[in-house]
Design a binder for this molecule. Structure first.
Ligand code: SF4
Length: 330
């Protein structure tokens, strides 16, 4: 009988799920994904996790609780780095231990370390280690790994073309198409788990599209452009997310190809507090592009988000129409 592997629908789910699914299924596993994020899942996660955790980590606890009793394994890789010479938030590195500490009666956790800081080839090392939970056949693991990479590249290509991960992976939700006519272009910056989980961001992307906005995210910008623009920073950013967020925001500023920028920030996120400030300073000092920060936590209400989005979009339109596009900052 196929071993059941539980994948919590949180954190890097919207970045890597197509890769994980293909790899594990090729090895004969049955994938059980936790339910879409809901108030119940969030509340369960909040109760199970420590108060200091950020919203995405609390929500992840809820997703683990949702599937833990239905699976043989939980798939929670220990991500240290996903790119050369860069790190990601340390909360990812400690995640399997935090989950073990906070939640009782867990199945076996597949917590293989993924550390690509020194070499991208370490991804094969991690895949081999995960694969050994299912087979001793190295050739089969290699085959599954190559197929998963192929699937992942196809997924990334779709995202680059403007079909966002939430449009592909969130089957409950229908992507809204902006209406015909004059559209605004707004860039939304944030971590994948804030950008593409429509419960967490209260379906911000579809709401913007309904207001006739074309949404651009970091994932749609060419990696070479991001790297070149991020190279303008005085010091190399060692956060993977920070480089991508700053590089793509700077690109938008330089190309003047955007009508506004929204930064979705998780309350309690150290990385966001630093990266967002860096981007905001650059925008305020070098351009008059409208910019807002939307901070989300477990208490965020939909009415508050709706009002801020509507006001932001209206302000951009009115400014274009009535004020010769001059910023209120002068
Ligand atoms: S980067 Fe921020 S939001 Fe993401 S896990 Fe770390 S603290 Fe939480």
């Amino acid at each position: 009988m196929a071993k059941k592997v539980g994948v919590p629908r949180g954190l890097f789910y919207y970045q890597y799920f197509p890769l994980w699914r293909t790899f594990l299924e090729e090895l004969g596993a049955e994938i059980i994904v936790s339910d879409y994020s809901t108030k119940r899942i969030l509340n369960d996660g909040v109760k199970a996790s420590v108060d200091e955790a950020c919203l995405p980590v609390k929500l992840f606890h809820g997703h683990v609780l949702d599937i833990k009793d239905r699976v043989d394994y939980l798939f929670i890789p220990r991500f240290t780095s996903i790119s050369r010479d860069e790190y990601i938030c340390p909360k990812f590195g400690g995640l399997p231990d935090v989950i073990r500490h906070s939640i009782n009666n867990l199945p076996q956790i597949i917590d293989t370390e993924v550390n690509l800081r020194k070499s991208g080839r370490n991804s094969w090392k991690a895949a081999f280690e995960v694969g050994r939970n299912f087979t001793c056949d190295k050739k089969l693991i290699k085959k599954a790994y190559l197929k998963a990479l192929e699937e992942y590249r196809a997924f990334r290509k779709q995202v680059k073309s403007g079909i966002l991960p939430c449009d592909i992976l969130d089957k409950r939700r229908k992507p809204v198409q902006p209406a015909k006519g004059k559209k605004l272009k707004i860039m939304v910056i944030g971590h994948v788990y804030n950008l593409y989980d429509s419960f967490v961001n209260m379906d911000m992307i579809n709401k913007l599209r309904s207001s006739n906005v074309v949404v651009t995210t970091v994932d749609m910008i060419d990696d070479r452009i991001i790297n070149t623009k991020a190279g303008a920073l005085q010091k190399k950013m060692f956060w993977n997310f920070g480089r991508k967020a700053a590089g793509s925001a700077f690109h938008m500023l330089d190309s003047a190809d955007v009508d506004g920028i929204i930064y979705i920030m998780s309350f309690g996120c150290g990385v966001d507090s630093f990266v967002c400030d860096l981007i905001e300073r650059k925008i305020r000092s070098e351009s008059d592009i409208p910019f807002i920060i939307v901070t989300i936590d477990e208490h965020s209400g939909e009415a508050g988000i709706n009002t801020r989005l509507e006001a932001f979009v209206d302000m951009i339109r009115w400014r274009k129409k009535n004020e010769t596009d001059i910023s209120a900052y002068g």
